[in-house]
Design a binder for this molecule. Structure first.
Ligand SMILES: O=C(O)CCC(=O)C(=O)O
Length: 295
């Protein structure tokens, strides 16, 4: 990478990380989207006929929208089988790598490598669902960029919540959405995603830090704190600039896949698009440019 490109990336990284209040984020997103394309993306038809207007409206109003159960038992089992033997790493100590049969005691959350997830046909089909891409386009005000494909186990039996298990806002980009796909049944005891409805539009508690439950109740309203307890195969989209956390699981581990749609690349990351042995003609080269090598 040239020195100039490195410097530009550094600048964009600082910009993405430091714009935490809503007025500054609105200014930034309006500026950025003026230079980005805003064309409907091509994609797969994985979710079928869904009400795009309603889901886009939900996201705007509440900061999240749910799609119900999207994956059947056979697809879930197939994915679990695919993930079973893949290497994982401690999400918050990425240098610690291991397999699922030798997870260290101090690891709360173990993630899969993005490239391995992208190589899975079903995951990449979900990433590229044309209705999801359209909902993302309308929300972001630009053709979405897939900027992260993640997946992880959150482990039960730990004493105390830590890292993203405590309330926080994300500032990955000026506007972005995260798609959650639960691969295990999620109840109040198995690590539900917790989201504070409408907090994506509230210019309160915008300092980047971990917030206590009491602070969130006081600042953003206890009545807005929602727990996403859904069966395996369920899918929902969340604007995680809104206040959220992944509750520490108590009785069983939670497995999920998460896909991020943003306007820009996440400048905190280094990307390594992967060469695929599949037909990529249904994949939009712009949307997938950071994760798929089209050459
Ligand atoms: O695990 C969860 O439910 C929350 C994850 C989270 O904090 C994030 O993706 O930003």
């Amino acid at each position: 990478m040239s020195v100039l490109k490195k410097a530009a990336n550094r600048l964009l990284f600082e910009w993405q990380r430091n714009v935490t209040s809503i007025p500054k984020r609105n200014f930034s997103i309006n500026l950025v989207t003026a230079f980005l394309k805003n064309k409907k993306a091509i994609g797969t038809k994985r979710l079928g006929n869904i009400n795009i207007d309603k889901h886009a409206e939900d996201l705007k109003e509440n900061g999240y929208t749910k799609f119900g159960i999207v994956l059947n038992e056979q697809e879930i089992n197939g994915l679990k089988q695919y993930l079973k033997d893949l290497p994982v790493y401690n999400t918050y100590k990425p240098q610690d790598r291991f397999t699922m049969d030798s997870v260290p005691e101090d690891c709360h959350v173990a993630s899969f490598d993005e490239q391995n997830l992208v190589k899975n046909e079903l995951i990449l089909d979900l990433v590229n669902d044309e209705s999801l891409l359209e909902i993302a386009r309308r929300t972001l005000g630009a053709t979405p960029t897939v900027s992260e494909v993640g997946g992880w186990w959150s482990f039960a039996g730990k004493k105390k919540a830590k890292d993203a298990q405590l309330f926080h806002r994300d500032v990955d980009d000026f506007k972005f959405l995260k798609l959650f796909i639960y691969l295990t049944d999620v109840t109040k005891d198995t690590g539900p995603h917790i989201y504070v409805a409408k907090s994506h539009n509230k210019n309160l508690a915008t300092k980047l830090k971990r917030y206590t439950d009491e602070e969130v109740d006081t600042l953003l309203g206890k009545e807005n704190v929602l727990s996403f307890e859904e069966p395996k195969g369920s899918v929902f989209l969340v604007n995680t600039y809104g206040m959220h956390k992944g509750l520490l699981p108590v009785t069983d581990n939670r497995l999920l896949i998460q896909i991020e749609y943003s306007t820009l690349p996440l400048y905190v990351r280094k990307y390594a698009p992967v060469k695929l042995n599949r037909d990529v003609s249904k994949l939009d080269p712009y949307v997938n440019r950071l994760i798929v090598d089209f050459k």
